[in-house]
Design a protein around this ligand. Structure first.
Ligand code: HEM
Ligand code: PLO
Length: 469
């Protein structure tokens, strides 16, 4: 498909006015799977119309890296959509906000705040340890009672408490009403947000229904009340001399911009309005909960399917699960900020680009037996260290829009899984079937609910949580 005749248009799905390429997108598969299949007919990089928007779909890693890394700044834009505008007060956040001075500034503050937790008594590692310990004691209780257990609520609480410590210096105990409310609104947001940019265009999900928008607005308003409460509490005790968490770091940046009220750096122009601060902390809180929890649930589902792997588990489990079930199979759509190209193909300004991570991670040319769960493919030939066997692997994206939580997420996945697997063997409860590995496509790819039996391993029978290290 390479051409010697200079720049050319990418292969295009048939399109009609108004409905765009809708007719070619009818399928019973979720979009990442359908986009992978369409390669057979249109090649690895092709374009289509979603309504009136031109979208390029990239299914291959060299083009993906050109978009994310080599031309990262050109493709750093984000589309504006009705639902993400509702969630983020018109894009005043990091993840769904367009490329701007405010976006750059907020990434910097978050990065700095997360680095601040590197060492010392409040270090991220210590916070995770404490949560892992309390998670394992809950598992012990269930194990002692011989119960089949849905790990989801306790995993979520452990992961939430880590990000809560980092954002707000707070945590939730079991049965906390605010925590229960958070779970409910967050699932409501996951089920509805970003559907209008992508999912609602697909006929089997119907045109984005009003009931969804109503639910989204309801959930966002509950979330905003929670964020506002944390914000007010922080403002009330704020001091320039102590920085406990991310929210303090954001407040400090705002104070110094407010004091330094020169024309160039007013609070609104660098994005330090109350709205911006709330939306940034909302992003980190939301991403901190939904992503890591989802990967842990996938990991455990696969380990229940593969007891032999469970026995052989070593380090860096995160990498291994992240290939087979990427949390964000289509990343977040990118937008070309100026006219450019991808490989031999011309790209007009304003074109949306979808990187299909699903295709990259299931590319038969790069991965032998892509649907096989085989963590050993990430080990070197001696089995002593980690090596990535293919460059078609980008679970956190890459370039200027790379995930901000990569280091945190890897630390959580490694510590939580190690703690659990050191102490327990996980298996299907008698009479239950194996967890489904299919996944429900949304802003994150979530596994269906399942139960497991946790059996304490030899030497850990007494009390899984209370150990000295
Ligand atoms: C963006 C993956 C955990 C914060 C992203 C993107 C991916 C991703 C694929 C989109 C990149 C793009 O659009 O090109 C993951 C995975 C995680 C994880 C697989 C867990 C296993 C986290 C955590 C945080 C976080 C724990 C919170 C600290 C963010 C933010 C963005 C982002 C703020 C938006 C960056 C931007 O648009 O500039 N992540 N993430 N993520 N992630 Fe994560
Ligand atoms: C999850 C539900 C929360 O209530 C709000 C929220 C904020 C940030 C989003 C996150 C949700 C889903 C996962 C996202 C994250 C920003 C980056 C991350 C989209 C919607 C990924 C994986 O790209």
């Amino acid at each position: 498909r390479m051409s010697a005749h200079g720049p050319q248009e990418p292969p295009h799905l048939p399109a009609l006015p108004l409905i765009g390429s809708l007719l070619s997108l009818r399928s019973s598969h979720p979009p990442h799977v359908l986009f992978k299949e369409l390669q057979q007919k249109y090649g690895q990089t092709y374009s289509l119309m979603l309504g009136s928007h031109c979208v390029i779909v990239v299914n291959q890693h060299t083009h993906a890296k050109e978009v994310l890394m080599k031309k990262g700044k050109i493709f750093a834009g984000r589309p504006r959509t009705v639902t993400t505008d509702v969630l983020t007060r018109d894009g005043r956040d990091i993840a769904f906000g367009d490329y701007s001075a405010a976006w750059r500034f907020h990434r910097k503050i978050v990065h700095g705040a997360l680095c601040m937790f590197g060492e010392g008594s409040a270090s991220i590692e210590k916070i995770i340890h404490a949560q892992a310990q309390s998670l394992c004691s809950v598992l012990s209780e269930a194990a002692a009672a011989g119960l089949a257990l849905d790990l989801s609520p306790e995993l979520t609480r452990a992961v939430t408490n880590v990000i809560c410590s980092l954002c707000f210096s707070s945590s939730y105990s079991r049965g906390d009403q605010e925590f229960e409310d958070m779970l409910r609104y967050s699932q409501g947001i996951v089920d509805t947000v970003a559907k209008d940019s992508l999912v609602d265009i697909f006929p089997w999900l119907q045109i984005f229904p009003n009931a969804d928008l109503r639910l989204l607005k309801q959930c966002v308003s509950i979330r905003d009340k929670l964020l506002q409460k944390k914000y007010d509490e922080h403002k009330a005790v704020y001091s320039d001399h102590v920085q406990r968490d991310l929210l303090d770091a954001l407040l400090r940046a705002k104070r110094s911009a407010d004091n330094n009220n020169t024309a160039e750096i007013s609070a609104e122009s660098v994005g330090l309005s109350d709205d911006h601060l709330l939306m940034t902390v909302g992003d980190i809180f939301g991403a901190g909960v939904e992503t890591t929890t989802t990967v842990l649930k996938w990991a455990i589902a696969y380990l229940v399917h593969h007891p032999e792997v469970q026995r052989r588990i070593q380090e860096e489990l995160d990498r291994k699960v992240l290939r087979i079930r990427p949390v964000a199979p289509l990343l977040i759509p990118h937008v070309a900020l100026s006219e450019t190209s991808i490989g031999p193909f011309t790209v007009k300004k304003g074109t949306r680009v979808i990187i299909n991570l699903w295709s990259l991670h299931h590319d038969e040319k790069e991965w032998k037996n892509p649907e096989l769960f085989d963590p050993a493919r990430f080990l070197n030939s001696e089995g002593t260290g980690v090596s990535v066997p293919s460059s078609s692997y980008l679970p956190f994206g890459a370039g200027v829009r790379v995930c901000l939580g990569e280091a945190l997420a890897k630390m959580e996945l490694f510590l939580f899984l190690s703690w659990i697997l050191q102490r327990f063997s996980l298996s299907v409860p008698t009479g239950h079937s194996l967890p489904s590995l299919e996944g429900k496509f949304g802003v994150v790819l979530q596994p269906a609910r399942y139960k497991v039996t946790a059996t304490p391993r030899a030497g850990w029978e007494c009390d899984g949580g209370h150990v000295s290290i």
